[in-house]
Design a protein around this ligand. Sequence first.
Ligand code: RRO
Length: 316
Amino acid sequence: MRLEQTRFGVQFSNPVLLAAGTCGFGEELSTVTDLTALGGIVTKSVTCEPRWGNPAPRVAELPGAMMNSIGLANPGLEAVRRDKIPWIRENLASTNVFVSVAGHTTDEYSTVVEGLDGEDGFLGFELNLSCPNDSGLGGLPFALDPPALQRTVAAVRAQTERPLLVKLAPNVPDIGAAAALAVAEGADGVTLVNTMPGLVIDPDTRVASLGAGKGGLSGPALRSVGVAAVHAASCRTDAPIVGVGGITCAEDALQYILAGACLVQVGTANFASPRAANRIVERLAAWGARRGIDDVSTLIGAYEPARERAEREVTE
Ligand code: RRO
């Protein structure tokens, strides 16, 4: 099965990317797996200033899931421009890199985008409007606040001609509407979904499993939430959708693709196995070949809810 696609004006050798926050800026992971064999990677979210992140423990394992509260730890705009982007330019020229961007205010998003836009070596930006672990925000993540979402996407759109993805949160009343809003303000695509806010308490100590208390839930337990979000968004927008949440194998990726995603991201599975995404690429091709499917593009959005299928069969 052919896995190549042209999206955002460039070629993706396959639909599998690494998710933000699970591969750093690529350098460490590149020593154990071939990142250039992937469709691309998304960097850790970059903020104006360096962030040390939240108190340990920052991750906890649950049945079928992981909780994290990293707290946006990253080296900050200047160090990313000086140290990380040159490495990406030299080593990941043959894959597509999105730089994830985060901030407390619209101006902070704009500052990071402005500070990196002049650099060569990466494809586009993924605006992270949905970090669940940023107490400094003092309010809601922008993905939960439609005027803030609109304002921020519009401001960044006016600054850059690069492909612009917007990463949204699962815990909104209508994810399809949020996706449509982002696209209306100029996003080239949406990434669905970030982690789901959660809290795990040890009954004996009455202490949370994470140093920061609450965190974001990811892994297989999030998958059906993400697939439903992608389907809801695909009913509201024709823009490319990038599906993420709980993908551990080719069949998981296919659920997202059938629901309407043209690209997918592998996140939590990287922690268990740094080669998980590469394996998914190989197995996707084999899955299609076994079924005589020529091109992965024919599967995008091919899910048909039972009722629509029944109605179509009656009229055929
Ligand atoms: O750094 C984090 O704690 C974090 C981020 Br920026 C995010 O977008 N999602 C998440 O689960 N954790």
